[in-house]
Design a binder for this molecule. Structure first.
Ligand code: G3P
Ligand code: CA
Length: 241
């Protein structure tokens, strides 16, 4: 079972910050997952929500603020005073953390609520610039964005995200096209997912923070899990499931 640190090492560090990514870079996990949005001045920034309210001392929508405006807030204190002063990172800064590691990088395009015109191009351009095209997977709930990624760079790994499953998802995946399916934990055990796995689909599952789910997911042929607790999962898998 491959492990991806979800939003960086988000159980121990403030999600989607450089301190969380640097801690992940030290771990022997397969990869890291994080989320990107576009600022008013078209910078690709790493944050989960459309608004900065939950994970900073500021407020407002990422899309309405410039990078300079967003950068003045503190994205660590909400989690713990120990992390005061963490800033919102750019995609370039996060990729740089993993430049000299072997980690697989899952960039989730958060274009499912607001349309971020050209986000796919900007992300792919940065990945290419940093020479990391061979070890990224670009995913989204916005399947038009997943399709656009495949049109722009057919060889790059892309993945469609699902909360609810659809019938004959393997056929849907082939037509999109998407190289993998990322599904939420309760959906992972549904019949269409099991059928897709039997037809050869790569399935990754979020968010798995309890070791009791690892063995059942292994049994059904899930490729990877996203977890906020990468060290705990590594320890568990080392002991042998
Ligand atoms: O990419 C998998 C997972 O992160 C999707 O859900 O809300 O954590 O971005 P969310
Ligand atoms: Ca995500």
């Amino acid at each position: 079972m491959k492990i991806y640190a979800h939003r960086g090492y988000s159980a121990k560090y403030p999600e989607n910050t450089l301190v969380a990514f640097r801690a992940t870079a030290e771990l022997e996990v397969e990869g890291v997952e994080f989320d990107v949005h576009l600022t008013a001045d078209r910078q690709v920034v790493v944050i989960h929500d459309e608004k900065i309210n939950r994970t900073s001392n500021g407020s407002g929508y990422v899309k309405d603020m410039t990078f300079e405006e967003l950068r003045q807030y503190d994205y660590g204190s909400w989690f713990s005073d120990e992390f005061a002063g963490e800033v919102i990172p750019t995609l370039a800064e996060v990729l740089d953390v993993f430049k000299d590691t072997n980690h697989h990088i899952n960039i989730e395009l958060k274009s499912d609520i607001f349309v971020y015109a050209g986000l796919e191009e900007l992300v792919l351009r940065e990945v290419e610039k940093q020479g990391m095209m061979g070890r990224v997977v670009i995913s989204s709930f916005d399947h038009e964005a997943v399709k656009r990624v495949a049109e722009l760079v057919p060889d790059v790994e892309n993945a469609a995200l699902f909360v609810n499953m659809i019938l004959d998802v393997a056929d849907y995946q082939k037509k999109l096209p998407a190289k993998a399916l990322h599904v939420c934990l309760p959906t992972a055990v549904r019949k269409p997912v099991l059928e897709a796995i039997s037809k050869g689909s790569i399935v990754r599952v979020w968010t798995v923070n309890d070791i009791q789910y690892v063995d059942p997911l292994l049994q059904i042929g899930v490729d990877s899990i996203f977890t906020d607790e990468p060290e705990m999962m590594l320890e568990f898998l080392k002991k042998g499931v």
